[in-house]
Design a binder for this molecule. Structure first.
Ligand SMILES: Cc1cc2nc3c(=O)[nH]c(=O)nc-3n(C[C@H](O)[C@H](O)[C@H](O)COP(=O)(O)OP(=O)(O)OC[C@H]3O[C@@H](n4cnc5c(N)ncnc54)[C@H](O)[C@@H]3O)c2cc1C
Length: 395
């Protein structure tokens, strides 16, 4: 009789969770739980605002990716990782027993308890959010209503959203955009020259930046700042802030004030040896930017360490790689940021597009070769809608 396989449950299957799932051997009985069926390529969701990408371009069937890796996919919401009984409890009433578990539930949007922010703004966190924004912007334009927008947050998401609004609606005479940022400058945390460059690029457009500004409340058609300024708004985009998901605290994996899950350098939970945490959900001993490439690397590291743990072998420390960041600003500019160095060139948009294309091809449920027709179709669409118009402007 064959030996019973040890059970691994992965909770959350986007970047970190899927990276772990595709690395785990079928020597283990692996169950992957996620509340939605589709993997989403989040770094390009801002392109749904202008329509240079569609939701279909940014989604893959994660159930098929998981089954291609030889594992079981369960579409359900985990409501608790019970670290005492070693089961993951789901909304649908399942109890998934584990010998080891990887938690990769990412982060959720944070509206900081500001009155009206949750109900009167468009979240900017996933494909469906940005499809809704793109749809409602087109509707306003179709109905010849003023395109009066407020973008809350001038971090990477807010600035990339602004770039897409200007790409598509920059020549609409009714456009006005107010960008509200609590930090002292645009793209806080990145080199200051980016702030200056973006402001310069926006000069020909009706864009007003409110930096160092906090929001008192959001109403359906306006945003009120702490300083008393009321900004009219037909559509308010909320791109600011990340919060840990409730599952971490409900499972006792987060016990401090900030709500993220503390781990050792091996990604093992500070509170339960059988649980590893990867991606945006972690609080590493040395804090790390919440980025896709770290999430992917952590997913691989967690998978390797879970297997080592189950084999009673020594665990490896996670070593974050220093990778440059690409920030696109519609068809006006693209920045490559490596530490304090910034390179700006519109043709760099191809770099971000290339990363996306390669990843989607690798993860495609059909495998790289069989997915080539799909890749070719996506590349052609990108060429027509994104890269060709930009190259035409450069030449
Ligand atoms: C608008 C935006 C733009 C970004 N742009 C960039 C960029 O340009 N470059 C970059 O490097 N990073 C970017 N990021 C950050 C990047 O998207 C994250 O770092 C990355 O998604 C983290 O991966 P993750 O797997 O940890 O979490 P996620 O990708 O958030 O995945 C978490 C998964 O867990 C699932 N889940 C959550 N709770 C449960 C539950 N209770 N039960 C079951 N499943 C659950 C979710 O459905 C989801 O599939 C951006 C983020 C946002 C929001």
């Amino acid at each position: 009789m064959s030996k019973q396989r040890k059970r691994i449950v992965i909770v959350g299957a986007n970047f970190a969770g899927l990276a772990a799932a595709t690395k785990l051997s079928t020597d283990y009985a692996v169950t992957v739980v996620d509340l939605t069926r589709h993997f989403e390529w989040i770094p390009n969701i801002h392109e749904l605002v202008s329509g240079v990408k569609t939701g279909r371009d940014l989604r893959l069937d994660r159930a098929r990716i998981v089954s291609r890796a030889g594992h079981r996919f369960v579409q359900d919401r985990a409501i608790q990782v019970d670290t005492g009984r070693h089961v993951v409890v789901t909304d649908g009433g399942r109890e998934l027993g584990f010998d080891a578990c990887i938690v990769a539930v990412g982060a959720s949007a944070n509206t900081f308890g500001i009155p009206g922010a949750f109900s009167n703004t468009y979240p900017f966190h996933g494909v469906a959010d940005c499809e809704a924004i793109g749809y409602d912007l087109r509707k306003l334009q179709r109905e010849k209503q003023p395109l009066r927008l407020v973008i809350v947050g001038a971090g990477i998401s807010g600035i990339e959203a602004l770039g897409e609004v200007l790409r598509r609606y920059g020549d609409n005479p009714t456009l006005s955009v107010d960008v509200v940022e609590a930090g002292a400058r645009l793209l806080p945390g990145l080199p200051a020259k980016l702030d200056a460059d973006i402001r310069k690029l926006c000069q020909p457009f009706p864009v007003v930046f409110h930096t160092g500004a906090s929001i008192a409340r959001v109403a359906p058609k306006s945003v009120l700042l702490d300083n008393g300024l009321r900004i009219p708004s037909a559509l308010t985009l909320w791109t600011a802030g990340l919060a840990p998901t409730a599952l971490l605290r409900a499972s006792g994996l987060a016990r401090g004030n900030d709500g993220w899950a503390p781990v050792s350098r091996t990604l093992q939970s500070a509170y339960c040896d059988q649980v590893f945490v990867a991606g945006d959900a972690v609080a590493l001993p040395k804090p790390l930017a919440k980025q896709v490439f770290h999430a992917l690397d952590m997913g691989h590291c967690a998978a390797s360490n879970v297997q080592r743990y189950l084999q009673g072998r020594k665990l490896h420390a996670f070593k974050p790689a220093n990778k440059p960041l690409v920030v696109t600003f519609g068809d006006l500019q693209t920045y490559l940021v490596a530490g304090r160095t910034v390179v700006a060139n519109r043709s760099l948009a191809a770099a971000k597009e290339g990363l996306y294309q390669v990843y989607m091809a690798q993860m495609s449920p059909q495998g790289v070769l069989q997915s080539l027709p799909g890749v070719a179709e996506r590349l052609l669409r990108s060429w027509d809608t994104l890269l060709k118009p930009q190259l035409a402007q450069i030449i």
